[in-house]
Design a protein around this ligand. Structure first.
Ligand code: PEP
Length: 244
């Protein structure tokens, strides 16, 4: 387990060129502990070429929000790992709940993406997390274990990131109790240890902002956050980055 804090901004389908450039220009000015913190930005694909130039020689790291599981081929509208690598993405989010729900992504497909990333030296940020029904029915642990098993079991993983993102917390302002995040982070930790994966980070994602980040990040097995809404606001990011 790596102890550095990893902050991953998931901009989703937001920002035009000017807005994106403005935000990264301001993010570059923030002074934070660069030895302790990695700051990854995942913009829309079309913003990658410009941001790759703007981020040149800075400490900010680029990541992709998704990628196709095949190297190339007849996949209209998709983006290949080759282009993601060309624009210096070090990470890619895979299996985000919005992709699973809106693009019918299955664990089988997501496993292929994880494998493709690892074969190409891109660190996958695999998202797992339960729905509100699964939480209420108390089936969430089995569900998360199934996601982990079907997405990464028996893959040779030199390094990966797991983001625990309860679906009911994404974009809702509702955060699980600290003990609930602890429980799931320990479940993920034990799974990864059983799989003999040594280099990993576990993130929490879902309505993280500058008011709750510190408490969440202080959880023993949590090494940072995947941030949606708050990552679009410079003031929020400044408070989050400087609190590590
Ligand atoms: C996300 O979608 O990955 C996310 C964590 O969003 P938000 O922070 O807006 O809940």
């Amino acid at each position: 387990m790596t102890h550095n804090t990893l902050i991953v901004s998931n901009w989703k389908m937001n920002f035009n060129f000017i807005q994106a450039k403005n935000l990264v220009t301001n993010l570059k000015k923030i002074k934070y502990n660069k030895l302790k913190l990695s700051n990854v930005i995942c913009p829309q694909f079309l913003l990658l070429p410009t941001l790759n130039e703007v981020l040149h020689k800075s400490d900010l790291i680029l990541g992709a929000q998704d990628l196709h599981f095949d190297i190339n081929g007849a996949y209209t509208g998709d983006t290949s790992i080759e282009l993601i690598k060309d624009y210096n993405c070090k990470y890619s989010i895979v299996g985000h709940s919005e992709r699973r729900a809106l693009h019918n992504e299955s664990n089988i497909m997501i496993k292929k993406k994880v494998k493709l990333c690892l074969d190409n030296f891109i660190i996958p940020i695999l998202c797992v997390g339960e729905s509100i029904e699964q939480r209420k029915k108390n089936t969430y642990k089995d569900f998360i274990l199934k996601q982990l098993t079907e997405c990464i079991q028996k893959i040779k993983c030199p390094e990966l990131v797991i983001a625990y993102e309860p679906i009911w917390s994404i974009g809702t302002g509702i955060i699980p109790k600290v003990e609930d995040i602890i429980e799931v982070s320990e479940l993920i930790f034990s799974f990864l240890k059983k799989e003999k994966i040594d280099k990993f980070q576990i993130l929490y994602g879902g309505s993280v902002n500058s008011s709750n980040f510190r408490e969440i990040n202080s959880i023993d097995k949590i090494n940072g956050a995947l941030i949606g809404g708050a990552s679009l606001k410079i003031d929020e990011m400044k408070k989050i980055l400087t609190s590590c």
